[in-house]
Design a protein around this ligand. Structure first.
Ligand code: GDP
Length: 400
């Protein structure tokens, strides 16, 4: 019996050994035979093929796993950071004093033909009829208007005659004086924003679409902020789809809230709400941008009157600024006339003076409405709106 058990054990051990050899031989078969005598060729080639084939796979798996885990947790850690960009830096608008002087080069470039042309003509030795006609043409071409042109030429003729012989300096001083007289140096050009004891100053901005009305409203907000005032904007131009967004963007840059309504909504109610918001916030000024297709339809013109009436339920308006595009010449004057019939315009903003040589429109439009140009637009930049100053304006035309 013991013999039988011993035989079985021996048999089992023998089978185990054989199996182990087989397995071992299988494993060994996978391994390359040891390099014989030519180590330079075989070792790198054969043994590493298998290893290389496995290693990258392992590494790849490890890499994905390793990278995957931290990645999965990363967003959780970064999530609170998303809330951080809540404090957009506000713009600091340029001070308003001296803006016209800063923008003078731009004005001078576009108005060269007017100022310099006049000086050159006046400097001729012989100021004959033809020359005076040329002076007249120069003024008319610059949109000064017929009546103001005739007035200016008459006064120049008289003064040049009295002067007799004339130096360039004298001529320049004379022309400067007469142009300033024509621009009405006594007009009060301050943009009124005082408001009442309990109410903010309210400024309504009107004008035809495309004149730069919304841009001007945004720029004016910056002018006021630069002067230390707080501003609420009313996006009552509900006809032009992008106008409210455009205005809001301007406002956000200087920290001014924009009150807006649905597209195509009632402009009067938005204007009313804007003033209400201004009162609630204790704002200094409310600027209301209005719809701009008005001059073409009587109904819409009536609506502008309605906006004004509704706003005035809170208190009187401080300003109604009419925005005119200086490049539109006579058409601008027609617009001015129509708007003046519907609302009492208290000031004019002439935009795009940087893009036209017809700066004489300043004179013509003031004559037309009997209302001063208070601000001028001299570019598309956010601070390219300047308070209008006749002296600085004329200096830009004829140079110092
Ligand atoms: P709105 O339809 O009257 O509100 O006109 P926008 O405010 O949208 O302005 C129309 C275009 O005129 C825009 O491209 C403005 O950048 C441009 N614009 C406004 N003011 C001036 C200016 O003083 N100079 C120049 N060159 N472009 C201006």
């Amino acid at each position: 019996m013991e013999i039988v058990i011993l035989a079985v054990v021996i048999a089992l051990v023998a089978v185990g050994l054989v199996g182990g050899l087989v397995v071992g031989s299988r494993k060994k078969k996978k391994l390359p035979p040891p390099p014989p005598s030519t180590p330079t060729i075989t070792p790198p080639a054969e043994p590493q093929v298998g290893e290389e084939a496995e290693k990258p796979r392992d590494e790849a798996r490890r890499t994905i796993d390793d990278v995957g885990l931290p990645d999965a947790t990363a967003p959780v850690e970064e999530a609170p950071v998303v809330e951080v960009p809540e404090a957009p830096a506000l713009d600091v608008p340029e001070p308003t004093a001296g803006r016209l002087v800063r923008l003078r080069a731009r004005l001078a470039r576009s108005q060269n033909s007017l100022g310099k042309g006049l000086l050159t003509l006046l400097s001729r030795d012989n100021l004959d009829e033809d020359t005076w006609e040329e002076i007249e043409d120069t003024l008319l071409t610059a949109d000064v208007g017929v009546a103001p042109t005739q007035e200016l030429v008459e006064r120049l003729r008289e003064r040049v005659r009295v002067l007799g012989t004339r130096t360039p300096e004298e001529l320049r001083a004379l022309l400067r004086e007469e142009l300033i007289t024509l621009l009405g140096p006594d007009f009060d050009r301050e943009v009124k924003t005082e408001g009442g004891a309990e109410t903010p100053g309210v400024v309504m901005v009107v004008g035809v679409n495309g004149t730069g009305k919304t841009t001007t409203t945004g720029k004016l907000a910056r002018v006021l902020v630069a002067d230390g005032r707080s501003v609420v904007l009313g996006a009552a131009d509900t006809f032009r789809a992008a106008a409210a967004d455009q205005l809001q963007t301007w406002g956000e840059r200087v920290g001014a809230r924009t009150v807006r309504g649905p597209e195509g909504g009632d402009p009067a109610s938005i204007a009313y709400d804007a003033v209400k918001e201004g009162i609630a916030e204790g704002a200094d000024v409310v600027l209301i941008d209005t719809a701009g297709r008005l001059h073409t339809k009587t109904g819409l013109m009536d609506e502008l009157g309605k906006v004004k009436r509704v706003v005035e339920k809170h208190g009187p308006l401080d300003e109604v600024l009419l925005v005119l595009d200086a490049t539109t010449g006579q058409n601008g004057l027609v617009q001015a006339r129509v708007f003046a019939e519907v609302v009492d315009i208290t000031g004019i903003v002439l935009t795009k003076l940087d893009g036209t040589a017809k700066g004489g429109i300043v004179i013509a439009v003031q004559r037309e409405l009997g209302v001063p140009v208070k601000l001028i637009g001299l570019g598309e930049g956010p601070d390219d709106l300047a308070p209008f100053e006749p002296g600085a304006f004329v200096d830009a035309l004829i140079g110092d």
